[in-house]
Write a protein that binds this ligand. Structure first.
Ligand code: SAM
Length: 229
């Protein structure tokens, strides 16, 4: 891939992105030009006196729904051309997993739309060809944290973003299951000892122990991953 991965985020709360995009790996990836994140304030695409971006639901019911016009305008106003994948963060979407993250990391340009309130007028998904993506089976108040989770997961797969101090190695979901347990100094802490084999220097035995411990953890915590194989 040539050039940084570009991500445009459309949100009513641009401030939420400030510190997460400034700190740590994400901050460095952006500073080094590996990732180009542009946060857009949806409100600038609302043109009435009150800059309205939501309205009551047709059919009645509680809460408000985000209007389609500002969102369409925000997406259509994005400068540049080329292939872009438009994603609407939604608890009713396809669940984000490492397979989808790998797929998204191959894209040159992602557009992330963050919902609020009761959600977004359905015509946004239909008319903009936006795929709905969920970060899990729970409901948050907005798409901003899901968008940040997606950006961070994708950024880890961009070559050069994750350095030696936090290598990609055999992470959870990179193979058939979860990562193995990790230990560091001291070798004994409050009566809990690190498994002897990890102190042995015998790399073959360590690899064997780690594979077995990872499989055991997967069976205990995520047996569904074993069923998927
Ligand atoms: N009425 C919606 C439903 O039950 O499916 C929930 C709307 S939620 C309160 C408001 C916004 O938060 C959504 O439009 C979406 O952008 C975001 N959101 C909440 N939970 C999410 C999740 N698990 N994954 C992705 N986005 C989520």
């Amino acid at each position: 891939m040539t050039g940084p991965v570009r991500v445009d985020v459309i949100t009513l709360f641009p401030g939420i992105f400030e510190s997460p995009l400034r700190e740590s790996l994400l901050g460095r990836a952006i500073e080094r030009g590996l990732l180009d994140v542009r946060v857009r304030d949806l409100r600038t695409h609302a043109h009435d006196r009150h800059r309205t971006t939501d309205d009551a639901p047709f059919g009645g019911g509680p809460g408000m729904v985000m209007k389609p016009e500002p969102i369409f305008e925000a997406v259509e106003a994005l400068e540049g051309d080329g292939r872009r994948r438009v994603i609407l963060l939604s608890p009713a979407g396809r669940r984000l997993d490492q397979r989808l993250v790998r797929e998204l990391a191959e894209e040159p340009w992602l557009v992330l739309i963050c919902g609020r309130y009761e959600g977004v007028d359905e015509r946004v998904a239909d008319g903009l060809g936006a795929e709905e993506v969920s970060i899990g089976d729970f409901v948050l108040s907005g798409g901003e944290i899901p968008a940040l989770a997606l950006i961070e997961a994708v950024s880890r797969l961009i070559p050069g973003v994750v350095g030696n101090e936090e290598s990609l190695g055999p992470e959870s979901f990179s193979g058939d299951g979860l990562d193995h347990p990790h230990y560091t100094r001291p070798s004994e802490f409050r009566g809990m000892r690190v498994p002897e084999v990890l102190l042995s220097g015998d790399h073959a035995r360590i690899a064997e122990w780690r594979a077995a411990a990872a499989a055991d953890k997967t069976r205990r915590n995520r047996p569904d991953l074993l069923d998927e194989r």
